[in-house]
Design a protein around this ligand. Structure first.
Ligand code: ATP
Ligand code: MG
Length: 205
């Protein structure tokens, strides 16, 4: 069993969240839960970043070819969208997991070098569907926490422009949530898919 797992009704102590809110030098914003709206909330924040003449960058951990149209629109607006080549999927072998983990470490290094170059003026980083790395593909959440601490050190030493790291995906591990600045658990009350209806153009894709 994956020790990173949490249930959607995880019981996070909100007060302890607040005590840890300044753990990093950036804001850590988490959109999790089983309801619709996590990625769209993150993209709404990207729009707000742009409206202040700051840049954002998006890393997607979705399966290949599952990027929805708005990501291409964002690219036209100058937002870099970087796709992980090792998507989160169920039923992969231990050997495949090793390959995935290696790529994710490289991706985190890539993020650090982009941040180090202040001319990129990146204010907001979206890590879309990253939470699945921990719950499906056994990526150690502690390693991710180390990465977030590295970002803080980079910021303290280089005064990078990074202010916001946004994570999306169901089942965000508690150990990440407890250091968040904002965490919303979006709860599914009803979605028409469950009634056999088709995804809605302009809303679901
Ligand atoms: P969105 O991209 O719409 O913000 P999301 O990021 O919260 O959704 P994902 O788990 O990434 O949710 O799912 C992506 C797709 O699945 C979207 O088309 C979304 O509309 C749909 N979806 C999200 N939540 C649900 C749900 N509870 N039931 C059925 N479909 C869902
Ligand atoms: Mg999503």
């Amino acid at each position: 069993m994956n020790t990173n797992d949490i249930t959607s009704s995880n019981k996070i102590n909100v007060n302890s969240n607040k005590a840890n809110a300044s753990h990093y030098h950036h804001n850590l914003i988490v959109f999790t839960g089983d309801g619709k709206g996590k990625t769209t909330a993150a993209l709404g924040c990207v729009l707000r970043t742009l409206s202040h003449n700051m840049n954002a960058i998006i890393y997607s951990f979705l399966k290949k070819d599952s990027l929805t149209k708005e990501f291409y629109l964002l690219e036209k607006l100058g937002i870099k969208v970087i796709k992980s080549q090792s998507p989160c999927t169920w039923n992969i072998s231990e050997d495949e997991k090793i390959v995935c983990h290696k790529e994710w470490y490289e991706l985190f290094d890539n993020i650090k070098s982009i941040i180090l170059d202040r001319s990129n003026n990146i204010n907001t980083i979206v890590l879309d569907e990253i939470n699945h790395l921990f719950t499906i593909n056994d990526f150690d959440a502690s390693e991710f926490e180390n990465f977030l601490s590295d970002l803080t050190n980079i910021q303290l030493n280089n005064k990078s422009e990074i202010k916001n790291i946004i994570l999306t995906g169901r089942n965000c591990p508690n150990k990440i949530i407890k250091n968040s600045t904002i965490c919303s658990e979006i709860k599914n009350l009803y979605h028409c898919y469950s009634n056999g209806e088709k995804p809605i153009k302009g809303i679901d894709f």
